[in-house]
Design a protein around this ligand. Structure first.
Ligand code: 2IT
Length: 441
């Protein structure tokens, strides 16, 4: 950690993600001298390679715009590099390295053969026209295409990259290579996409929460529980939809502008409107309260100010501070499942664990998204498509397996399940053993 700090001192998010994993695996690492001898940790914290490139495009006014594009190929010990692309003005190497590092362990947990990667750009999609989005995606792929492939590196969406962007990226890749080979996941259903992929991250997260409840008490269910969700994007929508279907009341969703207090819970109309709000590309949640008078907009407040049983951060890394966690605990929250990648600051996790409430980390909770991407890769390779029911069943099995791995590696002597430790150790063991078997490369 000290040498990493000296080398990458300015990469705050990356160092945070690595520290969490290293703290979790310390015990098992010490029980496996062969890992130490093979310098597995030193080799794991350095990405295999990073591509950085210029993306030049012309906006609707005819002005030339320049952005930076990246792809971090982190680790391919257990399968081709796999992970999303993020388009957001905050994107830099620290953020993409943290995401690629997390992705390596998350993908390991899914049971599918996928390595870890991440990429993106500092391009800001907010307020851009469809034509601008298309020109940017085409220019981005013009640089990226040589470095990806269905058996090499398979990108997908993340914040700022959804079905529309994947369509434009796929179109340009196909034009350049003349191959239609499943190089991206999250594609449209007409050209190789998988049913349930848009819902998978949020659905999978709620399936994971169900497992946490059943593990505590077989009679515990989501029926009648209050849920606070941050964000109103694709992931928040999936989580709100599934939680509502299972009888929970989603009492809060939020945006950068504030929180919607929604005491009556969601309806189909409200859930549909979340998608409309997102598609408008304005990054504000306030209009929700104008459309639905039973909901109230509270400007400048986070979802964590709303009293709830269950908190689901679905927005951004480090979105929940220690103070937010204390506010939730004071209001009686007894379960927090991170759905965003590294959504909780270390102090928040510490507060939850100290209070002995149920807490699970993003790399376990949100793995249903990438797992369903893995199922899309399988369908593409087999040249078939599964029904929604088949995909959903497989997603269920995968979330069940991830939860079982967390319990196996995370149960403490007093019975408390440390899901952070469980997820990190389970994810690490498979990657470490694969690296060991493949020699010094
Ligand atoms: O963080 C993630 O797991 C994703 N953005 C999904 C990645 C994928 O390859 O589907």
């Amino acid at each position: 950690m000290a040498s990493l700090q000296a080398k990458y001192g300015d990469q705050k998010e990356f160092l945070q993600a690595v520290r969490e994993v290293l703290e979790s695996i310390e015990d098992v690492y010490n029980q496996h001298p062969e890992f130490e001898a093979a310098r597995i940790v030193e080799r794991l914290v350095e990405p295999d390679r990073i591509f950085t490139f210029k993306v030049t495009w012309v906006d609707d006014e005819g002005d030339i715009q320049v952005n930076t594009g990246y792809r971090v190929q982190f680790n391919n010990a257990i399968g081709p590099y796999k992970g999303g692309l993020r388009f957001h003005p905050s994107v830099n190497l620290s953020i993409l390295k943290f995401l690629g590092f997390e992705q390596t362990f998350k993908n390991s947990l899914t049971t599918l053969p996928m390595g870890g990667g991440k990429g993106g750009s500092d391009f800001n999609p907010k307020g851009k026209s469809d034509a601008e989005i298309m020109r940017f995606c085409q220019a981005f792929m013009l640089e990226l295409w040589r470095n990806i492939g269905p058996d090499m590196d398979v990108p997908a969406g993340d914040i700022g990259v959804g079905g529309r962007e994947i369509g434009f990226l796929e179109g340009m890749y196909k034009k350049l290579t003349r191959e239609h080979n499943g190089v991206l996941t999250g594609k449209g259903l007409q050209f190789g996409g998988s049913l349930i992929r848009p819902e998978a991250t949020g659905f999978g997260a709620v399936y994971f929460v169900q497992h946490m409840l059943h593990e505590t008490d077989p009679n515990l269910s989501l029926e009648g529980k209050t849920v606070a969700i941050s964000g109103f994007g694709n992931v928040a929508w999936g989580a709100a939809t599934k939680a509502t279907q299972l009888g929970a009341r989603v009492v809060a969703i939020s945006g950068p502008d504030g929180v919607i207090y929604n005491p009556e819970g969601m309806t189909k109309e409200k859930l549909d409107y979340m998608l409309e709000l997102r598609a408008s590309n304005n990054d504000v949640v306030a209009p929700f309260a104008q459309k639905f008078p039973d909901a109230t907009f509270i400007p400048g407040k986070k979802a964590w100010s709303v009293k709830c049983d269950i908190a689901l951060p679905c927005a951004f890394q480090n979105e929940m501070s220690a103070a937010d966690a204390e506010e939730l605990l004071a209001n009686g929250t007894w379960l927090c499942a991170e759905v965003s990648n590294m959504g909780c600051q270390p102090g928040a996790i510490e507060a939850f664990q100290k209070a002995r409430i149920l807490f699970a980390p993003g790399k376990a909770v949100n793995a249903g998204g990438v797992a369903t991407s893995g199922l899309e890769m399988t369908q593409n390779a087999m040249h078939i498509s599964w029904t929604a029911r088949e995909v959903d069943e497989k997603l269920h099995t995968i979330m069940d397996s991830i939860h079982a791995s967390c319990v196996k590696y995370g149960t403490q002597s007093d019975g408390y399940i440390n899901y952070v430790k469980g997820a990190n150790v389970a994810g690490f063991m498979k990657v470490a053993e694969a690296m060991l078997a493949q020699g010094v490369i």
